[in-house]
Design a protein around this ligand. Structure first.
Ligand code: IFM
Length: 436
């Protein structure tokens, strides 16, 4: 048995990376709208892929690729442009329209609530650094679910909490571009975990019908160097190792999914854990490669040699990461697996024949899906795979200089061109992965 019958073959995006329309229909500024001086080439997300205006054309392209699902995020500042608690009808309408368009095209919507674009007003009130602000996330989650749960079954609370805390508050290269002490980072971690837990409860209460909820942390699995039991156990242990606690998989997922306190006993109380550890319907994760290439700590790495295959992000290509990631997470968390992001940046351009040939991405997708299919064949319950990204977009601090899309975007004209990988993915979807 390979991929399940209703496997959610999809692709993903995030509001700030594709929408543009940064001040339209009542939207207010978010923390990434003030990225001047922090983004390569002075790029910003004001227009991005203009998806806000072109969503119909984009959904038609998704249909052409044969997507069964599409993961997008809601722009919080479109729904609540100020702190006054009044939802912006025009903002909500956009997501209703997008959802209807998807459903009419036979595409299952998967909605992420927070993909890094905090409203500026909330940041000015202390953002994730103030516990009393949790209520704003809860109201926002409730509002989205009330408005959209008749059509949307799959929900994700936070995208890659490890990345936005590390990038935004520790290293400072992502919005809000600040650097805080380790003590503050612990407080922010606790507050975002509580926000997740409280939102899950509120979402289930607000839903018009039963909904499925997960969270989308990033995951750096450690892969075994061979498949002996001993080596597999070593990799499993290192994957969930607490020696390097910050932003590792269990740092987030053990409290959230197991109700277990990690790296220190002081900052999550028993009461906190009860709030944080809400039942989830699936374990989602974003995975681009294996952390440390699977090498034992402090040892030279046989997998890391000069000229090792890498993407245009300089990230190593480690296709078995999806197999080991799905396997280890399924064993540990016991929930069906949803891959919410996996993909590669490539040096794509439109060629003389007017097409975008991206053999590296075709090969990347092919190899990663073979690993995922192996996991499915071994009985791991996997409900879907979302390629990152549906289209080239605003890659945060790197601006438009990195292209991850299945669809090429020519930014000056906003022309879209399906890349070879989109046609390859279409055939994979058509055969439910049997052609791999
Ligand atoms: O573009 C990002 C996305 O927003 C979050 N996950 C990683 C992607 C590639 O860097």
């Amino acid at each position: 048995m390979g991929f399940s019958e209703n496997f959610l073959w999809g692709a993903a995006s995030a509001a700030h990376q594709v929408e543009g329309a940064y001040l339209e229909d009542g939207k207010s500024l978010n923390i990434w709208d003030l990225s001047e001086g922090h983004v390569a080439y002075g790029d910003d997300g004001k227009i991005a892929c203009d998806h806000y205006h072109r969503y119909k054309e984009d959904v038609a392209l998704m249909k052409e690729i044969g997507l069964k699902s599409y993961r997008f995020s809601v722009s919080w500042a479109r729904i609540f442009p100020t702190s006054d608690g009044k939802a912006n009808e025009k903002g909500i309408q956009f997501y209703k329209d997008l959802t209807n368009e998807l459903i009419n095209a036979g595409i299952v919507p998967i909605c992420t609530l927070y993909h890094w674009d905090m409203p500026l007003w909330l940041y000015e009130l202390g953002g994730w650094e103030k516990e009393e602000n949790i209520k704003y996330f809860v109201s926002y989650a409730e509002e989205c679910v009330r408005a959209l749960s008749d059509k949307i079954e799959y929900w994700l609370t936070l995208n890659e909490p490890g990345s936005f805390i590390e990038g935004g508050y520790d290293l400072g290269y992502h919005a809000p571009f600040v650097q805080r002490s380790k003590e503050s980072i612990r407080a922010i971690t606790r507050i975002t975990m509580l926000a997740h837990g409280k939102a899950v409860v509120a979402m289930r209460n607000a839903a018009k019908r039963p909904i499925k909820i997960g969270c989308a942390p990033s995951f750096g699995v450690i892969m075994p160097l061979n498949e002996t039991e001993e080596e597999i156990e070593r990799a499993r242990r290192l994957t969930f190792d607490m020696d390097e606690p910050y932003y590792s998989t269990p740092w987030w997922s053990d409290p959230v999914c197991l109700g277990k306190r990690q790296w220190g006993t002081d900052y999550l109380s028993d009461e906190d854990l009860k709030i944080i550890n809400q039942p989830l319907d699936f374990f989602a994760f974003n995975c681009y490669n294996a952390g440390g290439f699977g090498a034992p700590k402090n040892q030279s790495n046989p997998r890391c040699y000069p000229g090792y295959p890498r993407t245009a992000m300089d990230w190593p290509i480690t296709p078995d990461c999806l197999y080991w990631g799905a396997r280890f997470c399924y064993e540990r968390y016991g929930l069906p697996i949803l891959i919410t992001e996996n993909g590669m940046a490539n040096l794509d351009f439109k060629m003389m024949d007017g097409k975008v040939h991206d053999p590296q991405r075709v090969d990347f997708i092919h190899r990663h899906l073979l690993g995922l299919r192996r996991a499915a064949e071994e009985g791991i319950e996997i409900i879907g795979y979302q390629y990152w990204s549906i289209m080239d977009n605003f890659e945060w601090a790197l601006g438009y200089s990195r292209r991850f899309g299945l669809i090429y975007v020519d930014y000056p004209t906003q022309e879209r061109v399906l890349k070879d990988s989109a046609y390859f993915y279409r055939d994979v979807i058509k055969s439910n992965g049997e052609n791999l």
